[in-house]
Design a protein around this ligand. Structure first.
Ligand SMILES: Nc1nc2c(c(=O)[nH]1)N[C@H]1C(S)=C(S)[C@@H](COP(=O)(O)O)O[C@H]1N2
Ligand SMILES: [Mo]
Length: 555
């Protein structure tokens, strides 16, 4: 593990390292009751009728076997790479979750409405408690990268690996259906369900059913389990991942509703991860219990004998995967900038072609407005801001300049005279929480028409009165193209009231096709520039510079 000096240790290795898990009791009891009743039903059936007979699944018997034999090379490789990608996704996903360690089935994310909490802390009601204050950290034994709030780098791993996971999955399914291997996984008759139940009665009452040779076919319960993992959990994980994209959800509002809302999609995304984990535990246990050496030869070598080679090579394979976790951990701490750029190479061109083309067009109504909105960021401490705030920003002048024909200084009243628009929108924070609010202000397009950017101006930079998490003024940039999209506002009102101080007074940005950190609060001035590379560390904003966040977070 990495050694930190005292200064870095204070940031990277926070003193409160308690891990706690709380689950809403009704959910724990409900889940427990469901599992207990399935087990009880199995015992009752055995007590009354005895152990059910499991007829040999005809396809699965070597003697009259008609289906696919063994595991071809492509199955074995896909299996290995899938294991690598899924474990990387789980480890980085857990790190992302730790950044807002609460899951909800409602889109408001009001504290105490969560169904699961991975933090020992309750949200205090007597002082300002931001979502950043609430962020936790994981031990690197569980999460990538581990140690502290590192969502930027965790997202890099998540998004790079998801490309691998999807490519691997598409390859596997294509090969499955262009050969006869699909017959292993796809239940061909309804009797499979009955046989799966009978097999469950065996397992649940601690009887191992007569073991079929997996080289030739699976038992009915196994077939249904594999089918569900490949054709239900895999796609569901991908689809609910997409349902967390602000660009998608703020264009196709119905899409998140398919999953019961944006936070419900996030919860289901987590539950698919738990299902993968549960599957992994049972799968590995049964591989070990039902003829370990022979099974490992099937999986690793594609042979059907009882030699030890498969076991040894299998352990080498697992060792390679663990080495990848360790390498990812060290790369995260020593080469975060290179990782950030690597994701940009992979994702940015695709985003410009796809997600970033979606126009925000949210149609929420007043009744959707969240009763609570998580705040984020540090309230400005500068004297000039405090003086302006004390006088309700009457003397505030927004400075708009840089590469423009007509630089201006505008008071809030001047801005209001330019024209005002309102929309009700869902805010998506990179950390995972959301909230719906009504925003009022001047569309950026009107301001742009007024100042007339020069042809070489491609980027708009927003500078805040406030400081960033690790000090230095907060700023962020947008492409000119994105601020010209609908629903992009310089907001001075929230839910029909002047913008409250905590939420960014006097002005904040709204760009609804992106994540929250792009929406600078407490805006002091706006500058049109050639490119984001001229500002700060050149990555496009304070979070991009310091925390390795994406330049264009459409997801
Ligand atoms: N100046 C400034 N603006 C900021 C931040 C900040 O730390 N400083 N945090 C950003 C983040 S991460 C989010 S999610 C939103 C939060 O907006 P809210 O407090 O209105 O919910 O503000 C964004 N704007
Ligand atoms: Mo955020």
């Amino acid at each position: 593990m990495i050694k930190f000096d005292a200064e870095h240790g204070a940031v990277h290795y926070p003193p409160d390292r308690r891990h706690r898990l709380w689950i809403r009791p009704s959910i724990l009891i409900g889940t427990g009751a469901l599992i207990a009743s399935l087990v009880a039903a199995a015992w009752i059936e055995m007590a009354i009728a005895g152990l059910p007979h499991i007829p040999p699944v005809p396809l699965a018997y070597p003697s009259d076997f008609a289906g696919p034999h063994g595991f071809p090379l492509w199955v074995r490789y896909s299996h290995f790479f899938n294991f690598l990608f899924v474990t990387m996704l789980i480890r980085s996903g857990l790190s992302i979750l730790a950044d807002h360690p609460r899951l909800y089935f409602n889109d408001d994310c009001t504290p105490n409405s969560e169904w699961i909490r991975l933090t020992p802390l309750r949200v205090p009601s007597d002082r300002l408690w931001t979502a950043k204050d609430d962020a936790r950290f994981l031990t690197p034994l569980i999460g990538t990268p581990g140690y502290r709030h590192t969502i930027g780098v965790a997202r890099v791993w998540h998004f790079i690996n998801v490309h691998g996971f999807i490519i691997c999955g598409l390859y596997f399914v294509t090969m499955l259906f262009t050969t006869d291997q699909w017959k292993r996984l796809v239940p061909a008759s309804p009797t499979v369900v009955l046989q799966a139940w009978n097999t469950w009665v065996h397992y649940a009452t601690f009887h191992l059913p007569a073991e079929l040779n997996g080289f030739y076919g699976y038992n009915a319960l196994q077939q249904i389990a594999y089918f569900t993992v490949v054709f239900v959990f895999g796609p569901l994980a991908i689809l609910t991942g997409i349902a967390m994209s602000p660009a998608v959800v703020n264009h196709f509002t119905w899409y998140a509703k398919l999953f019961g809302g944006r936070q419900s999609a996030r919860s289901i995304h987590f539950l698919t991860m738990l299902s993968f984990l549960a599957f992994l535990v049972v799968h590995i246990t049964l591989v070990v219990m039902t003829g370990f050496a022979r099974n490992m030869n099937h999986i690793v070598l594609g042979t059907n004998d009882a030699g030890r080679l498969g076991i040894w090579l299998g352990f080498v394979g697992i060792g390679v995967v663990v080495l990848c976790w360790i390498a990812a951990h060290y790369l995260s701490w020593f080469q975060p900038r290179a990782l950030q750029h690597a994701l940009k190479v992979v994702a940015y061109p695709m985003q410009l072609l796809t997600l970033n083309r979606l126009m925000p067009q949210q149609t929420y109504s007043e009744k959707d407005i969240s009763p609570y909105m998580w705040p984020n960021g540090k309230l400005p401490v500068r004297d000039d801001w405090k003086h302006l705030a004390a006088d309700h920003f009457r003397d505030f002048k927004l400075k708009v300049g840089g590469l423009v024909e007509n630089p201006v200084e505008l008071s809030l009243a001047d801005l209001r005279n330019l024209g005002e628009l309102e929309h009700i929108a869902m805010h998506h924070c990179i950390q995972g929480w959301s909230g719906i609010a009504k925003w009022g202000g001047i569309p950026m397009k009107m301001l742009i028409d007024l100042v007339r950017p020069l042809p070489e101006a491609h980027t708009v930079a927003f500078f805040s009165f406030g400081e960033a998490l690790y000090g230095g003024p907060y700023y962020d940039t947008q492409s000119l193209e994105n601020v010209l999209k609908p629903q992009c506002l310089l907001a001075s009102e929230m839910n029909g009231q002047p913008l409250p101080e905590v939420y960014g007074a006097p002005l904040r940005l709204r760009v609804e096709n992106q994540l929250g950190y792009k929406m600078v609060k407490w805006i002091e001035r706006i500058e049109f520039v050639e490119s984001e590379k001229k500002l700060g560390a050149g990555e496009g904003g304070k979070n991009e510079d310091d925390e390795y966040f994406d330049l264009l977070p459409n997801i």
